[in-house]
Design a binder for this molecule. Sequence first.
Ligand code: CA
Length: 222
Amino acid sequence: MRLLVVEDDTLLGDGVRAGLSQQGYAVDWVEHAEAAQLALETGEYDLLILDLGLPGMSGLEFLTRLRETGEDLPVLILTARDAVSDRITGLDSGADDYLTKPFELEELGARIRALLRRRSGRASPIIRHGDLVMDPAAHEVTLRGEPVDISPREFAILQMLLENRGKVMSRNRLEGGLYSWNAEVESNTVEVHIHHLRRKLGVELIRTIRGVGYIIDKPREE
Ligand code: CA
């Protein structure tokens, strides 16, 4: 999953980027709305974390413009503790959730998980697919009740495919969910991670759509 953070406080921005990267997200961090605009035009993101007090275009103005263009990306706003009216205006302008500063990274992580599961139409914190169960909060996968040992990158790819069941995910899209701008791209390609996932979870789970990408089919109606 790839997140965009817009925060002009360098200490906080860098801390959020580092903390969320540790939680397994690919995180890009920019310091003002204009840079965020450019990032959204050039990359695909799963969620936006937006500070409201930004130099230049304010976070609220940016959010309003974003929703006017029909962008439905989940947005979590960051506001000052005493700025109740900002939070109200923010939510009414199209934000999905908010956090007041200062906050704990654990809480930010939990709110992100909640927003992402709502985005994929899921209310349960657990993703089930046949005998396969994924717990994004605990970063655990089990198959027929047995824990499966999978790497963080394999976990990220599997989660993107499961959250988008029935949709073909291109190799670029999957790779974008693994690496932020400044991350060193490993020699291990998406293909290699898919190969490992198939070895661990069975060859039928992930289908290759030649020349397009990969898909996990929606489970059959019971
Ligand atoms: Ca600020």
